[in-house]
Design a protein around this ligand. Structure first.
Ligand SMILES: NC(=O)c1ccc[n+]([C@@H]2O[C@H](COP(=O)([O-])OP(=O)(O)OC[C@H]3O[C@@H](n4cnc5c(N)ncnc54)[C@H](O)[C@@H]3O)[C@@H](O)[C@H]2O)c1
Length: 352
């Protein structure tokens, strides 16, 4: 392997330009060796921006024309399985945006191809690698909060309200529509704190947002051995917000993923004075945490979840250790997503 891990990027649309490209460009141990997209205009523009001529319209040509260590797949989900299989068969490690595949069968086939070719595969689950989420995870692992008994993830996105205006967007063609696009993040978040979970209830609603047929919302109940997970998703919010409450036996944590804020709560007695103290302590910790994040951003030390996860994947290739999201962890996301898809279809039929 050359000094830097050589990454070939496939799919240079929204998330590639927003996260993957800037993250890899900032990484000392990796470089973008080539880019590939079917959209020739986009490809030419990116070639100019990156000052590279290594631009390909076809992934096969990129794989045969370049010596790559990693293929980073940022195309729509329907294309992932075939592209990832092609990359693995040509001996490249595979980094793939969530969901890695649309079915468990496709996932298992891809995993076998990776194993046969001796390459690693890692599914992007950037939300859990956001600095504030990693702090929450550290806090839980350090002890003192007690065992995790419930995880409540609420995802309110403006993005889908915007996508609703484009009825030809690829997300409408996914097995559970927008839910397939959104749910891998909250599923993996719940699994990170609770381990294996099983969906036991799904409720789909269809509020009349912009009078558009795609404006479904969902609530999912997940049950694990240690506790329960609750996922709520709404795509009709005026502003993006992702909130995660982690309830432990002694104390709870609230993560505002969007604002990068973490507070502890549910401590102290039940007197009025004690409740007021809890409010003050929360306020102080919110202020201190926000100040720390602002300083990190100002000093250029703040990195996104994508940056942290991709860095760890690059590290796992160099050191020959497990990727930051293992194949069995990614498989669990796809398995649970597939089960929810079946349950949501039945519920959607009820209201359509
Ligand atoms: N992790 C996150 O937070 C996050 C956020 C948004 C999207 N995503 C995921 O990223 C992926 C891409 O989403 P997006 O919003 O960037 O999509 P997009 O439509 O903006 O970009 C996809 C790009 O892939 C190109 N493409 C499609 N098929 C191709 C092929 N066979 N070969 C080469 N190029 C091809 C398209 O021309 C397009 O430029 C999806 O899996 C999505 O779920 C993840």
């Amino acid at each position: 392997m050359s000094e830097k891990v050589r990454v070939g990027l496939v799919g240079c649309g929204g998330i590639a330009r927003l996260q993957h490209i800037p993250s890899i460009l900032r990484m000392p141990g990796a470089e973008i060796a080539a880019v590939c997209d079917r959209d020739t205009g986009l490809l030419a523009q990116l070639g100019r921006e990156l000052k590279t001529e290594k631009c390909y319209e076809d992934v096969g040509e990129m794989l045969s024309g370049e010596h790559l260590d990693v293929v980073d797949i940022c195309t729509p989900p329907r294309t992932h399985a075939a592209l990832a299989t092609q990359a693995a068969e040509s001996g490249c490690h595979v980094l793939v945006e969530k969901p890695a595949t649309l079915t468990l069968e496709e996932f298992d086939s891809l995993a076998r191809t990776c194993e046969r070719n001796g390459v690693k595969m890692c599914q992007i689950q950037n939300k859990v690698f956001e600095p504030v989420m990693m702090r929450a995870l550290d806090r839980v692992r350090k002890g003192g909060l007690g065992d995790v008994v419930a995880v409540d993830v609420r995802v309110f996105l403006r993005r889908t309200a915007v996508l609703m205006e484009d009825e030809s967007h690829w997300s409408y063609d996914l097995p559970a529509g927008m839910f397939t696009e959104i749910l891998p993040h909250p599923i993996y978040t719940v699994q990170t704190f609770l381990g294996m979970v099983e969906p036991v209830a799904v409720h789909v609603a269809r509020p009349d947002v912009h009078g558009h047929v795609g404006s479904y919302e969902i609530v999912v109940v997940l049950e694990g051995r240690g506790g329960v997970g609750l996922v709520t998703y709404s795509g009709s919010s005026p502003k993006n917000k992702v909130m995660v409450d982690i309830h432990c036996r002694k104390r709870s944590l609230r993560v505002d993923l969007w604002n990068s804020a973490l507070v502890e709560y549910s401590f102290g007695g039940s007197s009025r004075a004690s409740r007021a103290v809890e409010n003050l302590v929360q306020g102080a910790s919110l202020l201190a945490g926000s100040a720390r994040t602002m300083v990190d951003v100002a000093m250029g030390r703040f990195h996104s979840g994508h940056y942290h996860q991709i860095s760890r994947f690059v590290e796992s290739i160099r050191k020959g250790c497990e990727p930051p999201v293992t194949i069995s962890q990614a498989r669990e996301v796809i398995r649970v997503l597939e089960t929810i898809t079946g349950m949501a279809a039945a519920d959607r039929a009820r209201i359509s």
